[in-house]
Write a protein that binds this ligand. Structure first.
Ligand SMILES: [Cu+2]
Length: 137
């Protein structure tokens, strides 16, 4: 009788802790996404260094000002970032392709801290200076 009583007491003490640790992680709140504007032109990204905070949701607004195509290629960054479901199809092979004068928005949460390479993969564009980096703090 005494043993049974002790078990029920210890169960009651543990129960709240278990409930807290088993609750699912919070889903990203995309309505709080901070807009980051990046312009693509011949042959640069403006800004060329994009600084982001880990854990913050962002709406990356890419605007191609050129009369030709460019892309925003950051394979390692996109592979590790948490991308909003409905925006995943905008990224292919680690890059976002933009036609002339096109704008595209992609919402994501950056991966762990680090510096990730950014470039345009169109022929010769990176050697003309179309490179940059994404710095996650
Ligand atoms: Cu380009």
């Amino acid at each position: 009788m005494i043993v049974r009583h002790m078990i029920s007491v210890s169960f009651l003490m543990l129960a709240p802790v278990q409930a807290a640790s088993q609750s699912p992680p919070a889903l990203p709140d995309w309505s709080r996404a901070e807009t980051v504007n990046v312009q693509l032109s011949n042959f640069r990204f403006t800004p060329s260094t994009i600084t982001l905070k880990h854990g913050q949701a962002y709406d990356l607004h890419l605007a191609n000002q050129a009369s030709g195509g460019h892309d925003f290629a950051a394979k390692e960054f996109f592979a590790a970032a948490t991308i909003m479901d409905s925006d995943r199809a905008k990224i292919s092979g680690g890059k976002i392709a933009l036609g002339a004068k096109q704008s595209i928005d992609v919402r994501f949460i950056p991966p762990h801290a680090g510096t990730y390479k950014l470039r345009c993969t169109h022929f010769m564009h990176s050697s003309f200076g179309m490179t940059g980096e994404i710095v996650v703090q």
